[in-house]
Design a protein around this ligand. Structure first.
Ligand SMILES: Cc1cc2nc3c(=O)[nH]c(=O)nc-3n(C[C@H](O)[C@H](O)[C@H](O)COP(=O)(O)O)c2cc1C
Length: 203
């Protein structure tokens, strides 16, 4: 059973979360996690101005996803940074090229799930995940979030991402904060949860 963890990351926060999601998927017997990126759409000049070049080197070797690959997955877990309360343009552009998968019904009945990252605590994590779900509904996917059985999302002793809609991390106003242990635990939980449900559907 193949679970694709499909992400875009500019400064590495979503990549770190994607690694944890992938670890969670691998905890489920028979599940194989496949990490994939969506293509970059910004020029090297713009990425340099945005200070993203160095951070992106860490995951430059993760292959870019093809549409055929996406269609062959049993489940897909999408990771995107927040952009003005929505998914990033790179992810949007990739999804806007999935018309053939939509027409073929390749993703109908398969599990789809989303995790995210934002700079500020209330900077649009929930809106990013929930608006992402609209596209997954159109593709016919079964939406899975992060249930409250992951109790770390109720923590009040520290600032943390994570909601019933999906795992998330708060990068800080300058992107200086990397995912906390609690946020990584949420990501692992979500990966394991999706793979468990997908394996039940496959059986
Ligand atoms: C154009 C743009 C728009 C952004 N919009 C938001 C926003 O609405 N709310 C927020 O908290 N952070 C916002 N951010 C910050 C990003 O979400 C943050 O850099 C990202 O989550 C870090 O994840 P990454 O390292 O995986 O790219 C924005 C960043 C850019 C470049």
């Amino acid at each position: 059973m193949k679970v694709i963890v499909l992400f875009y990351s500019m400064y590495g926060h979503i990549y770190r979360m994607a690694e944890a999601v992938s670890e969670g998927v691998q905890e489920v017997g028979g599940a194989v996690s496949v990490m994939r990126r969506v293509p970059e759409t910004l020029s090297g000049e713009i990425l340099t101005k945005m200070g993203a070049i160095q951070a992106q080197k860490a995951f430059a070797d993760v292959p870019v996803c093809t549409l055929d690959e996406l269609g062959s997955a049993d489940a897909v877990i999408f990771g995107t940074p927040t952009r003005f309360g929505n998914m990033c343009g790179q992810m949007r552009q990739f999804l806007d090229a999935t018309g053939k998968l939509w027409a073929d019904g390749s993703l109908v009945g398969k599990v789809g799930s989303v995790f995210t990252s934002s700079n500020t605590q209330h900077g649009g994590q929930e809106s990013t995940i929930l608006s992402f779900h609209l596209t997954l509904f159109h593709l016919g996917m079964i939406i899975v979030g992060l249930p409250y059985s992951f109790q770390g999302q109720t923590r009040m002793d520290e600032i943390t991402g994570g909601s019933p809609y999906g795992a998330s991390t708060i990068a800080g106003p300058k992107g200086q904060r990397m995912p906390s242990e609690n946020e990584l635990a949420a990501a692992r939980f979500q990966g394991k949860h999706v793979a468990t449900i997908a394996s039940k559907l496959a059986g």
